[in-house]
Ligand binder design. Structure first.
Ligand code: NAD
Length: 321
């Protein structure tokens, strides 16, 4: 049994990680300021984890949260490109200053390793596909700059203080519990819940925008493998966490519509500021060095995700009637 601290534990990926670790019998502590996350995401495991409502910017809080911890899985962030474009300072404070605060606390508490939720947005809109970790970064949005800056901080904490770190550059992660109720939500959550409400989703751009959509179970396995990887790879190294396949927004729309029996054609709107056109991961480094395999495939993940939103709506239905 190891002791884990999950930051952003009430969020989509953090809460999925927490359930997996609790199932495996590990001790899980989690912090979240509940800015975009929800305690509903932790409902079944609330009594099995040590949860504290706390902001990454709370230095004393981070010190106590890191006490006695083996592995920090750092998921907390304002995880949105449009939000960072609208308010770059607020997202910088959470994403960069908050991460630095956590790193200082993790260093002082002598945690074994930090695994960081980095982002494929670091690659920007470079035409080369698939994206390889050796490419020069080209962050376009404030969010992308912030996520990349934290990778550099993690590398510098390894070199300066010997704090082991691994940066997992997630490509678009989707699955149950992804927030669907804000303008910043992931596209699969948004399309699904909009169609379920009988409304027609808007596709920003021409629908040919493509992403390496990766089911959340694959991101969970990447985190667990990153904790177990030898120290020689935990030097702040960066790993793509995708599937090696991409799908366009038109395909995503059609697949969800097919599953829900939704027949209306999409509405097309202008492309969003800061969004990139195509994104596809080369996952060979993660496969070779971490043993990562994206076992959950896109259509299987999509089926499970849509089924989860339907089941949630069904649970809420009696109250609404
Ligand atoms: N979902 C994706 O496709 C994706 C892709 C690339 C990277 N990421 C990264 O993965 C991580 C998790 O993303 P997610 O999709 O689960 O997002 P999410 O919004 O569901 O979860 C983030 C959690 O962090 C919490 N949080 C935000 N700022 C905080 C702060 N200052 N202090 C404490 N808690 C704070 C929020 O309340 C939320 O519960 C983020 O770091 C994000 O940048 C996600």
């Amino acid at each position: 049994m190891a002791r884990y601290l999950i930051t952003g534990i009430a969020g989509f990926i953090g809460s999925t990680l927490a359930r997996a670790l609790v199932e495996q019998g590990h001790a899980v502590r989690g912090i979240d300021n509940l800015s975009t996350g929800s305690l509903d995401n932790l409902a079944e495991i609330r009594s099995s984890i040590d949860f504290q409502q706390m902001d990454l910017l709370d230095a004393a809080g981070m010190r106590s949260a890191c006490e006695g911890i083996d592995y920090v899985l750092h998921q907390a962030a304002l995880a949105s490109v449009p939000r960072s474009v609208k308010d770059p300072l607020a997202s910088h404070e959470s994403n960069v200053n908050g991460t630095l605060n956590l790193l200082i606390a993790a260093r002082d508490a002598k945690v074994r390793r930090i695994v960081y939720a980095a982002s494929s947005s670091a690659y920007g809109d470079q035409p080369t596909q698939p994206k390889q970790e050796a490419m020069s970064p080209l962050p376009l949005s404030p969010y992308a700059v912030q996520k990349l800056a934290c990778e550099y901080y993690i590398q510098s904490f390894y070199r300066s203080y010997g704090l082991e770190g691994i940066c997992l550059r997630y490509f678009n992660i989707f699955g149950p519990r992804q927030a669907a109720d804000s303008p910043y939500s992931g596209v699969i959550a948004k399309f699904t819940t909009t169609m379920m409400a009988g409304q027609t989703p808007t596709i920003f751009g021409d629908g040919l925008t493509s992403r390496d959509f990766n089911y959340v179970e694959n991101a969970v396995s990447a985190n667990l493998l990153a904790c177990l990887a030898p120290s020689s790879v935990a030097t702040g190294r960066v790993f793509n966490i995708g599937t090696g396949e991409s799908h366009t927004l038109n395909e995503v729309y059609a697949a969800i519509a097919g599953q829900l029996g939704f027949t209306a054609e999409p509405i097309y709107g202008p492309p969003r500021a800061g969004d990139i056109k195509h994104s596809l991961a080369d996952i060979r480094r993660a496969t070779d060095e971490l043993g990562y395999q994206p076992k959950a495939r896109f259509h299987e993940g999509l089926r499970k995700t849509v089924a989860w939103y339907l089941a949630e709506a069904e649970k809420k239905a009696p109250a609404a009637r």
